[in-house]
Write a protein that binds this ligand. Structure first.
Ligand code: RBF
Length: 228
């Protein structure tokens, strides 16, 4: 039966080729941690590799829009740098071949291949392309002043602006709740934070949304609509 409320059953998408960032505020930490856990679990279940989930934090929710924008920009820089580094590596090994093979110890080859010997290098299997989606997570709990309204409004508009300006999916993981209990319930922490915890963790929906939008955005960029 179709769901009356909520996002319904998550669509199945293969997230194994995706690189996704979580940018989160640190206010209301218990709830934040549960939401991050929920988002990560959902992404891992869709095939996103642990090493391709990058987590960055900022003090409070008000900082989220700029941080999302800059973290995405940083991933674009990494993407370009790794392409250039790959090109240099190929150039260096080509010169190495010309100089007499991979055992050559000439200064020229050495200067083009800095860093530790192959055996000492840890293999970095993480993807290096720009993030396919960014999840912004924050928890705003209404207090006695007007801060809640101002921050909620600014962050919502800020995140939408970043999403449209940067043309990347920015998943809206901002809880705006009237009290702590409402926040705990939406992080699946009804009844406590241990095994007795119950309730729906909205972080899972955000993880699923990031995978779905990441996969669909790749398709849209290639002119594919409603791949079925
Ligand atoms: N940040 C949050 O992420 N959640 C909150 O509930 C929250 N409440 C705040 C209440 C007040 C009165 C103030 C001054 C700040 C609050 N912040 C909260 C922090 C805010 O998002 C931001 O980090 C700071 O204002 C610094 O720019």
């Amino acid at each position: 039966m179709a769901a009356v409320k909520g996002p319904g059953a998550a669509q199945k998408h293969d997230g194994s080729g995706l690189r996704i960032a979580i940018v989160h505020a640190r206010w209301n930490e218990t709830i934040i941690e549960a939401l991050i856990g929920g988002a990560k679990n959902a992404m891992l279940a869709s095939g996103v590799k642990e090493e391709n989930i990058v987590v960055e934090s900022v003090p409070g929710s008000y900082e989220l829009p700029l941080a999302v924008q800059r973290v995405y920009a940083a991933s674009q820089i990494q993407s370009t740098a790794s392409t250039v580094a790959g090109g240099m590596g190929n150039l260096a090994s080509g010169i190495g071949d010309l100089l007499g093979g991979s055992n050559s110890t000439t200064d020229l080859q050495g200067s083009l291949q800095p860093g530790p010997p192959e055996a000492d290098k840890k293999e970095d299997k993480s993807l290096k392309h720009a993030f396919d989606a960014v999840i912004a997570i924050g928890v705003l709990i209404k207090g006695e002043t007007m801060h809640f309204e101002y921050i909620a409004d600014a962050v919502s508009h800020g995140l939408m602006k970043v999403q449209l300006d940067s043309q990347i999916p920015v998943i809206f993981g901002l809880l705006t709740v009237l009290n702590l209990g409402q926040g705990l319930a939406r992080a699946g922490l009804d009844g406590g934070s241990g095994k007795e915890a119950t309730g729906h963790n909205h972080g899972e929906d955000w993880g699923n949304a990031a995978v779905e939008l990441g996969v669909k955005k790749k398709g849209w960029s290639q002119g594919k609509i409603a791949a079925s």
